[in-house]
Design a protein around this ligand. Structure first.
Ligand code: ADP
Ligand code: MG
Length: 299
C-alpha cells in the first residue's frame, strides 16, 4: 500500500486540478476537484460533482476530436484502486475524476477562439473596435455572432497574475512561428467542429480556451476541452444579441460576484447555498445536453 501511494507523488495544485507524477515518467495523473475559480481566485465553496462533470465532458470531446489533433488522454478510467492521497483524496472521491495523461511541455500561450463577442473580447471591442489586433465590423452588439470565428491568444500567466490578450504577432514571439500557426489553425478547426455539434444540442459555444503542449511527437491538446470552465455556453433558444444571455457556464457565478462588490482581491467571498446548487445544476445540464449521459447514469 505504502509503495503504491508513493508511486503517485503530488506535483502541484492548479485552480481546479491536482497533478501527480505517474510511475511511468511520460505520464501524469490528473484529478479534477470540485473547486471553482472566478476572476483567477479559488472560491471558498466547492460545487458538488463538478470535477466529475468536467472529466466526463473533456473525455467526451477528446474522443470526438482526436482526428483533428492528438490529445493527452491515455486512460480515462485509470486503475488506481490501491492508491489514495491521504492529504487530499479518499479512494472513492478519486473515481470518475482521475485521468492518466501524456505529459507535455505546456505552451506559454492560451489558445482562445471566439465565435461571438463576449467577455474580454467585448470589452476590447468597445475600447478600440478590435480584439487582439483583429479589426471587426462596426456596430456589433454584446453577444453578436462574428462574421467568422477568430483566434485571440492570451498569455498564460503564472499563478496569481491575469492572462492578457495578445496579438498573433506576440503569440509567434512567445512560441515560434510554426507552432503559433499550427495552434491557430487547429484551434479554429476544433471550435468550428464543436460549435456545430453543440448547436444541434441547443447550446451555443460563444468562445472557448484550449491549452496545447509539446511532446517528442509534436503538438498535442492538453488540460480540458469544451467544458463550462473553459468555454461560454449559452442556451440557443434564449439567445438575443445586445444582452448577456443566461449561460450554462460559470458566468452565473461571475455575475453573482460582480453584485457583491468584492474587490477581486483574496479572500474571495463565499457563495450562498442557492448559488452553489444552481451552478451545480447548470454544469449537469451542460453535460446532459452535450453528451446525453447525466451524472446519475454513469456506470
Ligand atoms: N498533459 C499535460 N501535461 C503537462 N501539464 C498539463 C497537462 N494537462 C494539464 N496540464 C497542466 O496541469 C494543470 C491543471 O490544473 P488546472 O487546475 O486546470 O490549472 P489552472 O489553474 O492553470 O487552470 C495546468 O497547469 C495545466 O497546464
Ligand atoms: Mg486549467
Amino acid at each position: 500500500m505504502k509503495d503504491i501511494a508513493h508511486s503517485y507523488p503530488f506535483l502541484r495544485q492548479g485552480k481546479v486540478r491536482d497533478v501527480y507524477a505517474a510511475p511511468d515518467h511520460t505520464l501524469l495523473l490528473i484529478v479534477a476537484s470540485d473547486r471553482i475559480s472566478a476572476f483567477d481566485h479559488i472560491l471558498p465553496n466547492t460545487i458538488p460533482e463538478k470535477g466529475r462533470i468536467l472529466t466526463k465532458l473533456s473525455n467526451f470531446w477528446f474522443n470526438m476530436t482526436k482526428d483533428i489533433i492528438a490529445n493527452h488522454l491515455v486512460d480515462a478510467d485509470p486503475r488506481i484502486d490501491n492508491w489514495t492521497d491521504p492529504v487530499r483524496w479518499s479512494q472513492s472521491d478519486l473515481r470518475g475524476r482521475s485521468v492518466m495523461v501524456r505529459k507535455a511541455q505546456p505552451l506559454k500561450i492560451e489558445a482562445i477562439v471566439r465565435g461571438y463577442l463576449a467577455g474580454s473580447g467585448w470589452k476590447d471591442y468597445l475600447t478600440n473596435g478590435r480584439v487582439c489586433s483583429i479589426s471587426l465590423p462596426e456596430g456589433l452588439l454584446e453577444g453578436d455572432k462574428l462574421p467568422e470565428a477568430i483566434f485571440t491568444p492570451s498569455t498564460k500567466a503564472d499563478t496569481g497574475a491575469h492572462d492578457e490578450n495578445i496579438s498573433f504577432e506576440e503569440a509567434r514571439n512567445l512560441v515560434g512561428s510554426d507552432i503559433a500557426s499550427q495552434v491557430r489553425d487547429v484551434s479554429l478547426k476544433l471550435y468550428n467542429f464543436a460549435e456545430a455539434y453543440a448547436r444541434q444540442r441547443g447550446i451555443i459555444i460563444a468562445d472557448t480556451k484550449f491549452e496545447f503542449g509539446l511532446t517528442d511527437d509534436g503538438l498535442i491538446l492538453i488540460d480540458e476541452l469544451f467544458t463550462p470552465d473553459s468555454s461560454r455556453f449559452w442556451p440557443a433558444n434564449s439567445y438575443r444579441p445586445g444582452s448577456s444571455p443566461p449561460s450554462f457556464d460559470k458566468q452565473f457565478v461571475r455575475d453573482y460576484l460582480e453584485n457583491t462588490h468584492w474587490n477581486k482581491q483574496p479572500p474571495a467571498p463565499p457563495l450562498p447555498v442557492h448559488i452553489v446548487f444552481k451552478t451545480a445544476e447548470k454544469y449537469k445540464e451542460a453535460l446532459r445536453r452535450l453528451t446525453d449521459y447525466s451524472q446519475e447514469a454513469k456506470a
